[in-house]
Design a protein around this ligand. Sequence first.
Ligand SMILES: Nc1ncnc2c1ncn2[C@@H]1O[C@H](COP(=O)(O)OP(=O)(O)OP(=O)(O)O)[C@@H](O)[C@H]1O
Ligand SMILES: [Mg+2]
Length: 338
Amino acid sequence: MSITQETRQTRSGAERAVSAVWAEGLVKTFGTHRAVDGIDLDVRPGEVFGVLGPNGAGKTTTMRMLATLLKIDAGRAEIFGVDVATNPHVIRQLVGVTGQYASVDENLTARENLWLFGRLQGIGSGEAKGIATDLLGRFGLEEAANKPISQFSGGMRRRLDLAASLITRPPLIFLDEPTTGLDPRTRGQMWDTIRGLVADGCTVLLTTQYLDEADQLADRIAVIDHGVKVAEGTPDELKTTVGDSALQVVLAVPGETREASDIVRRVLGVEPVLSPEQGRLTAPLSQADLAADVLIALRTAGVSVASVSVDKPSLDEVFLALTGHETDEKNDNTEETR
Ligand SMILES: Nc1ncnc2c1ncn2[C@@H]1O[C@H](COP(=O)(O)OP(=O)(O)OP(=O)(O)O)[C@@H](O)[C@H]1O
Ligand SMILES: [Mg+2]
């Protein structure tokens, strides 16, 4: 589908270009719990937009509302200018959603599954066969094409799942945590696959718990926490809120955490995050070489260090900087049945 440069009127009467995804004040309540509590989104055509947040933040719920799989309780959403609540059948033509594929027969081969999926979408048999072959090739699944998917690894399943969501060539793809649980190599392959989709002109909305994934793939990121958007920007903008890297120091004597914390605060001018039981401190670094200044100050004060590392900031550090609390308050496993 070609992306038009239509414009539409906003409530205030101003003109805006038609977005791939546009949402205002989205709300979803389960019982008394507001899982999504007034989220606004504006995803531009052709970009990869990342929704980043910890377990239970409301990522899947937001995506499911946008994909017409859950009713929107309040607020409004449009996909390429089409209202989601009033035109669900049109939205389903515009959006490919991963995660729905598992219901297709495990005993069929990958090729048969893709063909069947195409047929279910109303595509003729010959065309569905061609599309299946093309997708199996694109996703590096030729060799496994004739195996039943019950024999597939997690990474192969993910790729087949994504392939299935592309059968109707939708212009917008929703990927819900596409690499969670994959090994690093398979993760890298999935990232390449996603980049390929974008190069072909797709718009991608992706959820992730990993800052590095959002960093690698997303043009812009919304960070959500407890159903609320707490920040939005490019990966670089978000990272500057926490510095380019994070220092982690483990002390030889955990009882010296307080003293070490004062030193880190003095040298870096920021509040370190403490895990006193482990004698561990982490702190954002605006420049990686400031780590040396911290180590020198610790040695001068006679505080011994057991180990030290400087890493890229993780989601935890971004979160802490944005919200003042850590991501792992509660890990309520919210995997839904499909
Ligand atoms: N069908 C449901 N019924 C009741 N509560 C739900 C349902 N689906 C989600 N929730 C709750 O809504 C909140 C948001 O869940 P959601 O699945 O959207 O989070 P998430 O950000 O996708 O998390 P994860 O990273 O674990 O996938 C959670 O507190 C969850 O328990
Ligand atoms: Mg989820």
